[in-house]
Design a protein around this ligand. Sequence first.
Ligand code: GRF
Length: 192
Amino acid sequence: MVKTAVFASGNGSNFENIVAKLKEGSASGFEVSLLIADKENAYVLERAKNHNIESLFINPKLYSSKKEFEEKIIEELERRDIDFIILAGYMRIISDVLLNKYDRKIINIHPAYLPEFPGKDGIGDAFNAKVDKTGVTIHYVDSGIDTGEIIYQERIDIDKSWDKERLEKEVHKVEHRIYPKVLTNLFRGEEK
Ligand code: GRF
């Protein structure tokens, strides 16, 4: 069983969805052993508590460099034998310190059809660009911003009547359907 840690910065609906699917058995091959948040007030910390999953708030402000911050993270991961990192709304760029330690073992979900609309606000950027389709992408993490090798992506047609909130809802619906599935396939050795 692969031991994973989820990294998140905010709401945590993807975290909760993955945990729920593992509990009900529709996701398998891995466990979520730890949640790491970089924001003290992140709602995802509440969600972890409610699901009895160990969580840590690691405050980046306490470290004088990203290197030291990530070394602290690595220390916590190693202490718990974590093999794999799942990013789910983690709003921080991962540096070589973590990337070298977890080579091809960090994946992310991005709320757009990469390489379209990379960056912090994939949903807002697609909405404002008035495109007629967007999507969701799951990819390995590299040192760029949303540039790592794509594992799976799915298109979403945007209805002209949708406001931004509706688009957000539709994107999250797809995220919640595909992330646990892709993770399950990945850990069963069916990468593609
Ligand atoms: C998701 O849209 C994900 O694609 C992006 O951040 C958002 C996180 O949402 N990376 P949540 O915190 O899982 O609700």
